[in-house]
Write a protein that binds this ligand. Structure first.
Ligand SMILES: [Zn+2]
Length: 290
């Protein structure tokens, strides 16, 4: 499931295909994804220009000349691929993804300049909707989101304030998008490992220096993953996979039983553990993380 860094990588891959281009035609091959498409969606997209492609948390936001925003969420298995008529284009101008099963091509945007953007989603947990850009502050998907990890609003004091009084484990609290936007299971595990904080620690005990350490770990884990995605984009050969899905080297996530590399520069060597919290796997080192 894509988290913030993967969605950011998708955004960067889509920018050259979308920004500044008019949508010549929009085709919806069904009435819904996770939710029904909005009324007249194809007509509302057709003929308008994508002025900018933004991201907030795990949402892609295409700002349209019509005054509306196209909000896109990749769900579990959503992916975009880009095809261009102009084969003389230099590699790196676009990221070409291998074609997926066309039975799951649900939305096709023909862009100005002979560029086709296809949204494919076998499991259909993704969704798209349109809203009036001027009303963004009241949008139900966006209004409650906490700060982006790389924003000035996200800091140790912010975390301490957001976690104050919370009796849930910190692992669970960090998945709450009102605390910090865009984190999912993978990067929460990684950030807690890096900050040497146990996933079982009660959220309200995170304050002061510990909150500072956690904020720094969240920011660094996310920015390093975005950088890794960027290098994947540059090196992309078009062989397989889709925009933004790439293998990272994780320190905790998925490493049950493997040797801990030692969080925060510690010498460790103990095995990484796995527990289940709220139905989801948490990977951590009981030796490094307290
Ligand atoms: Zn360890």
């Amino acid at each position: 499931m894509p988290e913030l860094p993967e969605v950011e990588t998708v955004r960067r891959g889509l920018i050259p295909a979308m920004e500044g281009r008019r949508i010549v035609s929009a085709r919806l091959n069904r009435k819904d994804l996770r939710f029904a498409f909005p009324d007249r969606m194809a007509e509302r997209l057709t003929g308008t220009q994508v002025e900018r492609l933004d991201r907030r948390a795990k949402y892609l936001l295409a700002r349209l000349g019509s005054g509306e925003t196209l909000l896109m969420h990749l769900g579990m298995s959503g992916r975009f691929s880009i095809l261009a008529d102009d084969m003389a284009r230099q590699p790196g101008d676009f990221v070409y993804a291998a074609p997926a099963n066309p039975a799951h091509d649900h939305v096709v945007l023909e862009m100005e300049g002979g560029v086709t953007i296809t949204y494919n989603d076998p499991r259909r947990f993704g969704f798209m909707t349109l809203f009036d850009t001027a009303l963004e502050a009241q949008n139900p998907y966006l209004a409650q989101l906490g700060p982006e990890p790389d924003s000035n609003l996200f800091s140790g004091p912010h975390l301490a304030a957001a976690l104050k009084g919370r009796r849930s484990p910190i692992k669970t609290a960090l998945l709450d998008q009102r605390v910090v936007a865009g984190l999912g299971n993978i990067y929460v595990c990684e950030a807690l490992w890096r900050a040497r904080i146990s996933p079982r620690r009660l959220a309200h005990t995170i304050a002061g220096e510990r909150a500072e350490r956690l904020a720094v770990a969240v920011r660094n884990v996310i920015s390093e993953a975005i950088d890794a995605g960027g290098s994947t984009l540059r090196d992309y050969a078009g062989a397989d996979g889709a925009l933004g899905y790439f293998q990272h080297r994780f320190d905790a996530y998925g490493r049950e039983g493997e040797t801990c590399r030692g969080a925060g520069g510690r010498v460790c060597g103990k095995p990484v553990s796995r527990i289940v919290q709220q139905g989801r796997s948490t990977f951590f080192c009981p030796d490094c993380q307290r």
